[in-house]
Design a protein around this ligand. Sequence first.
Ligand code: F6P
Length: 344
Amino acid sequence: VRTLGVLTGGGDAPGLNAALRAVVRRAMQYGIRVLGIHQGWNGLIHGRVEPLTRYSISGILPRGGTILGTSRVNPLETDEVAERIRANWRKYELDALVVIGGEGTLSAALEMHRRYGYPIVGVPKTIDNDLCGTDMTFGFDTALSVATEAIDRLHTTAESHDRVMVVEVMGRHAGWIAAGAGIAGGADIILVPEHPFRISEVCQILNHRKSLGRFFSIIVVAEDAHPHPDEDFLTPEEKERVFQHTRLGGIGHLLARKIEELTGIETRVTVLGYTQRGGVPTAYDRLLATRLGVKAVDMVRASEFGCMAALQGMRMVSVPIEQAVSCIKRLDDELYETARVFFG
Ligand code: F6P
């Protein structure tokens, strides 16, 4: 392999720059030239490519985001797009490609490899930690830290005002961020997509806390958490909104309104949103991203195409990308049980 392309696709995650730096530095050791492709697959479609050298990656390790930019563009959208990619692949004399992405980007990478034989190695990233085949994705630890700090801060204001604070966190269809940050931040109730909740049970816990003299409460709710389908306390319109929504989010506001209606306790909502994805990566995410970047280049040299670098236990391993994208990694039962110990 003489020329290696690298791109970052999907939503950004803290640690992407650390991974890029690692790919370049490992490739340099082998005398491989690295071309950075801008804005995910878009850069390969439109020929937005730049050589990544020791100098272009200097100082990026602690920076959030991605110096290459990212997008959710699908490289398989039309035959014309596929043809442009083929032409640019030849033009830039690429011998292999490292694709750093989440479920959507890695699925496309796998399809490109299967359908057209592109020599591609994947690197998993997402703050949601919902990819199979790897024990953890980088970005998750930073999102946890941001959410935990927010919960700490909300505790003091909740306590001062005797309020219920609802904190809505990201995580897509999985409850890893909610459960992790909720436990670390000492939340009184944690609601996750894997376990539909009952509004009556939430209100019962809040009233019980009040009867014990705990006049404030913190509820962490994952953006895709939802009540039971037969929930008594939702109007038909509210049910339709909750169960047919296509965009994630909004559950925090609905829940807060219901709590105020049913308990009379003053309730406020904080949606953490993109703060969980931005800014400086934690040491753990920098370390994990760096190890994955190094491993990915080693896999390129070993021709392990169609595979992804992954963390299993304490070790870096190579797994088929298929494994990562064939399922959503649901929140672990043990972690959920641990969260439930502290309800109320
Ligand atoms: O997958 C990461 C994530 O931040 C999810 O937690 C969230 O649901 C989604 O991306 C938001 O996507 P977008 O950046 O397209 O708004």
